[in-house]
Design a protein around this ligand. Structure first.
Ligand code: ADP
Ligand code: MG
Length: 595
């Protein structure tokens, strides 16, 4: 069965739910839908983006309290009083309020690294919970009652059955939009956050912005869930928005399958049903009342993290027939090209660049320049400082002192993504691919700056024309480097030499004026090296400037127009390949520093 028929079957079952099931089960399914919406935000934030939040319940609370307050308070100032007229007006108000608080918290906490971010989310999760309980106009611990029921076009949502359709329509829409978003240019940037941030920045992605985007989307989903909750219960108090519920939401996302949108449903369903069942049975077993289910959840979490690290959804998918996405890209108009500098134009000019790491001088007064239509090879023994020089040119790690200019303008101190925008693109010595993503998608990250359409368009799939052009361009670069056969394979399944070649295709997808390649031939077989050399010659003849780090002397000698030799962070020789080859210092460096 295709994915489409599975989804169709699922939707039909959902639609039949209220017809077939007793009221009690419908209520349970309503809760599962509300929880799944929050868990879906966490799948995006934590599972895909790698940002752990324990504080989502607080965002649900802001959504719920905003509408509760606006729809039940008399005598509000005119500016906001009109919102209270209909709960539908408070929906955008709830979402915007939550997103505003999230934006503030996100700007403060998203920059925190490692364990500090989760700790930060715990801190604001607790603070907001106490705020709900202690602010008198929100009813303190007693909460707010008398929240109006929803109605639309004469249909009222007082009954659980009607509310069911509303909740599940929202959940399905959110699943669809999230899936769309992940399958887009913005989505690739988001998927690169976990484990590929340095690479993504070098390809022009603003990773801080992408983090904030998923943080805000997760907050918005939580807010919608809170708004629905408030109008379903028609009463709110602080209890469902506490830290322990925040932890449960995270449970749902992790147990369901933190990187998969459908995992949010599985997790929310499983945890909700299990919690219900445990709350009914455990007190009998222990002979006392208490929240014993928390203990079981803890054990379950440990078990899942041990046995099914990626959650249950991938396990379920494995039981279904295998399905590989091989969506060929049809003909489209090619993306516009950058106006290239004329051959011979000075592209890159490095003057007296110094880079120190503590006491170690990895680059000492290095100078070199690259022109359009020229291949400059940078050679030297291991540890000479070549990759360090690449990093300071491309903005990955700025120079300690010295000047770097590109196309006549200073770029030292600029962010990697801004340098990329100017037309410089690179590969990494230690391959930086997203191994679970296809070769095609990896290469498409290189074309990030050639697309314009944003998150909203992606979520609604309104950017398909641009997306086709980006993928067609990526496919073209993959064919150019000779990997057409592997286009749909996960990048991690390729041999290391081929992975390096994927990096070249990704760099080319940016349509650069200057290409920096860090040991591209390492791990390639003889014929593959010949093919790579041919490709680089062709690129040079088209007017591209190429700065190439390489170990293989023979490879470099037949290819480079000029050579710069480094040892111990300094330039020890430069010139035409044959001049450098005979230089006694170079021979000494190479024979002395065996690599
Ligand atoms: P190459 O690419 O020529 O093999 P590198 O530029 O990788 O050499 O390294 C040059 C020197 O700088 C090495 O001694 C290396 O250990 C050191 N180095 C590189 N990056 C760092 C870093 N981030 N922190 C500390 N030392 C570093
Ligand atoms: Mg290196």
């Amino acid at each position: 069965m295709s994915a489409r028929s599975w989804i169709a079957g699922f939707v039909i079952l959902l639609a039949l739910g209220p017809v077939l099931l007793p009221e009690f089960h419908i209520t349970l399914l309503n809760y599962i839908g509300l929880y799944a919406l929050v868990a879906l935000g966490l799948v995006l934030l934590t599972g895909v983006g790698g940002l752990t939040s324990f504080g989502q319940a607080a965002f649900v609370g802001i959504g719920a309290y905003t509408t509760a307050y606006l729809t039940t308070t008399d005598g509000l100032p005119d500016m906001v009083a009109w919102l209270g007229v209909s709960p539908w007006l408070t929906l955008p108000a709830s979402v915007l309020m939550t997103m505003a608080v999230a934006a503030l918290l996100g700007l403060l906490t998203l920059r925190l690294s490692g364990h500090y971010l989760p700790l930060g989310t715990i801190a604001w999760g607790i603070s907001l919970y106490y705020l709900f309980g202690n602010v008198s106009f929100l009813g303190g611990h007693t909460g707010v009652s008398g929240i109006p029921a929803l109605s639309l076009l004469g249909v009222d949502f007082k009954s659980g059955r009607n509310f069911y359709y509303l909740i599940w329509a929202v959940v399905l829409a959110a699943l669809w939009a999230t899936q769309n978003l992940l399958d887009s240019r913005e989505g690739r940037a988001i998927r690169a956050l976990k484990g590929g941030a340095v690479m993504a920045e070098a390809m022009g992605v603003d990773t801080a912005r992408s983090k904030l985007v998923i943080f805000l989307i997760a907050a918005a989903f939580a807010a919608v869930s809170g708004w629905l909750y408030a109008h379903m219960q028609r009463f709110v108090n602080p209890t469902p928005f506490g830290l322990h519920i925040g932890i449960e939401y995270l449970f749902m996302a992790v147990i369901g399958g933190a990187g998969q949108v459908w995992g949010a449903l599985v997790g929310a369903g499983l945890i909700t049903i299990l919690k219900q069942w445990l709350q009914d049975t455990l007190p009998g077993v222990f002979g006392a009342s208490g929240n014993f289910e928390i203990i079981v959840f803890g054990l379950l979490m440990i078990f899942v993290l041990h046995r099914a690290r990626d959650g249950l959804w991938p396990v379920i998918v494995k039981l279904l027939p295998a399905r590989t996405v091989r969506r060929e890209v049809g003909a489209t108009d090619p993306l516009p090209l950058r106006t290239k500098p004329a051959p011979g134009t000075l592209l890159l000019d490095v003057k007296d660049a110094v880079k120190t790491f503590g006491g170690l001088t990895a680059n000492n007064r290095m100078s070199l320049s690259v022109k359009a239509g020229e291949i400059l090879a940078l050679i030297g023994p291991n540890g000479a400082g070549k990759s360090t020089l690449f990093n300071l040119i491309t903005g990955v790690d700025p120079p300690t002192s010295g000047e770097v200019s590109f196309l006549g303008g200073r770029i030292d101190g600029m962010a990697a993504r801004d340098i990329a925008r100017l037309g410089m693109s690179r590969t990494f010595q230690h391959v930086r691919l997203l191994s679970a993503m296809s070769v095609l998608e990896n290469v498409a990250i290189g074309a990030h700056l050639r697309g314009r359409r944003g998150v909203g368009a992606a979520a609604l799939h309104l950017e398909r024309a641009e997306e086709r052009r980006l993928l067609a361009e990526s496919a073209r670069q993959i064919e150019r480097v000779g990997l057409a056969e592997q286009k749909f394979e996960p990048a991690g399944s390729l041999a290391l030499g081929q992975q390096r070649t994927v990096e070249i295709a990704r760099a080319l997808a940016a349509d650069p004026a200057l290409l920096l390649l860090d040991e591209p031939a390492a791990g390639l077989r003889y014929l593959e090296k010949q093919a790579l050399a041919d490709l680089l010659r062709r690129l040079r003849d088209e007017g591209m400037g190429i700065l190439l780090v390489e170990h293989d002397m023979d490879f470099v000698m037949g290819l480079a127009d000029h050579v710069v030799v480094m040892e111990f962070g300094e330039k020890i020789a430069e010139g035409l390949p044959e001049e450098v080859q005979g230089n006694p210092d170079v021979i000494e460096a190479y024979l002395g520093g065996v690599d």
